[in-house]
Design a protein around this ligand. Structure first.
Ligand code: DUC
Ligand code: ZN
Ligand code: ZN
Length: 469
């Protein structure tokens, strides 16, 4: 093999989940081929002086072009979503192939592949959403799909079109125990939400701010505890997604303290938004409607503390893109909706890394290795993509971010690359931004601009999870 590299990144201040060292990075055929000094010649050289070099971000919870029903449409497909990811320093996305009730899981996966095929600028894998665990799904489809590389799936404890009952959750957990797959749980108590929603509606409390009142912390706490109990009963690890605050964290800490393998994820909205953001003039609060809802400043601090204390393994965006001025989005059918009919979700693929870096690393709450672990290494491990993704080592994909830790940026939607007409973080100033992003050695974003190729991203089957708390 010739010693010539396709690309050498020189003076790289490399930061991984465990190490920091300075070297040159030699890249050949999309892989990291050498880490060292005086690597010889290359077709192209990039000088990384003054920048950190991080493994590309892995956003393990985002929704793109997910079939919705109810006249709703996600604003981002794989093209715009992956563009936005690239410009935010994320080189791997894991959205969801969602089974509709009555649909075969296999059909949902095939449909989702068609939506992704030839569209994504970054590499991608799929989680499954299991909404209809028939005997055939449990005995045949799910085990087959797991063996083909769809090794994680989400179950919902709320949302009428997606939720499973307790018995169904146990059955699905049992498949995970037998196959080694990882179940992600959306933990909110559906009956409590329905009961509260009815009372609020009857009292005429229908504005966006009542979304938070319909889903108080105890709703999340109860479901989190129930999910943990089910996992103990079945004897299987689970991952609780989008944890919003103190009460759910207490349940997770308790279970982890007892030696149970309970993994957890949180998201930028629980660090930067509060329920007050739902209480803006007019209907503007709809822009921040997501579930679980943002809480308050004390809960934000609780989430920061839990990040620092390694209660969380994963930091994802939960990008669920619905435009504000869209009759298929937040203003469904062209009208301001009662809170219970506002589509849940906010955009966040592009702002995930800067928000955590700025508040966490610059803010002195987590160290830089925790930042890399939460945003790249641990999701890659838990979802079976490591070591191809999630680290900087010889043989890994050359997915790299050249990160300027001093760059101050005021977030403006007009500078983002998603297809959503707002960002909930408009006007927020952060420090730290990805200045160059490489996907398998190809430059895909530079100086706030997308320079990649839609369709160059590849689908990756996932292996079994590796991870510890
Ligand atoms: N909540 C979810 O459960 N999924 C998508 C977005 C949201 O807010
Ligand atoms: Zn969810
Ligand atoms: Zn989600």
């Amino acid at each position: 093999m010739s010693s010539k590299f396709d690309l050498i990144i020189t003076h790289a201040d490399v930061v991984t989940a465990s190490d920091r060292f300075t070297c040159d990075i030699g890249i050949r055929a999309g892989k990291i081929a050498a880490l060292g000094h005086d690597l010889g010649s290359a077709t192209e050289t990039v000088d990384a002086t003054g920048l950190l070099v991080l493994p590309g971000g892995v956003d393990a919870h985002c929704h793109l072009d997910q079939p919705m029903g109810f006249g709703l449409r996600m604003a981002d497909d794989f093209r715009s979503g992956s563009r936005s990811a690239a410009c935010g320093g994320t080189t791997t996305i894991i959205p969801f192939a969602a089974q509709a009730k009555g649909q075969s899981l296999r059909a949902a996966v095939e449909d989702y592949h068609q939506r992704a095929q030839g569209q994504s600028a970054v590499d991608y894998a799929f989680h499954l959403i299991v909404s209809d665990p028939t005997q055939h799904v449990l005995d045949v489809e799910l085990p087959e799909l797991i063996s083909e590389g769809y090794t994680s799936f989400k179950v919902y404890m709320t949302y009428d079109d997606l939720k499973l009952n307790d018995r169904q959750i146990l059955d699905v957990l049992d498949v995970a125990r037998r196959t080694g797959a990882l179940v992600m749980v959306h933990a909110e108590s559906t009956d409590c939400i329905a009961w509260l929603t009815q009372r609020l509606d009857a009292a005429g409390h229908t504005a966006p701010k009542y979304h938070a009142a319909a889903r108080p912390e105890l709703v999340e706490r109860e479901a989190t505890h129930r999910a943990i109990t089910f996992a103990e009963l079945v004897d299987v690890p689970i991952l609780i997604v989008h944890v919003s605050g103190q009460e759910a964290i207490e349940q997770i800490r308790w279970a982890q303290g007892r030696g149970q393998k309970i993994f957890a994820e949180t998201c930028p909205q629980y660090l930067y938004l509060t329920a007050e953001d739902l209480d803006q003039d007019g209907y503007e609060g709809a822009k921040c409607v997501c579930s679980p809802p943002p809480r308050d400043a004390q809960n934000q601090e609780a989430v920061w503390r839990a990040l620092a204390g390694n209660v969380f393994s994963v930091f994802s965006s939960d990008h669920a893109p619905f435009s504000y001025e869209d009759p298929q989005g937040k203003k469904l059918n062209g009208k301001e909706q009662k809170f219970q009919h506002i589509p849940n979700g906010i955009p966040g693929l592009e702002t995930r890394l800067p928000l955590l870096f700025s508040g966490g690393v610059v803010g002195g709450r987590i160290n830089i290795h925790q930042f890399v672990a939460l945003t790249s290494t641990q999701p890659a491990k838990l979802y079976g993509l490591y070591p191809r993704k999630g680290s900087i080592m010889v043989g890994a994909d050359a997915d790299l971010v050249l990160w300027d830790p001093a760059r101050e940026v005021t977030i403006r939607n007009e500078r983002l690359h998603h297809n959503v007409d707002y960002t909930p973080y408009e006007g927020t100033t952060v420090r730290g931004w990805p200045m160059m992003t490489f996907s398998r050695g190809r430059l895909i974003s530079k100086d706030f601009g997308f320079v990649g190729t839609e369709g160059a991203g590849e689908f990756m089957p996932c292996g079994k999870p590796i991870g510890s708390i």
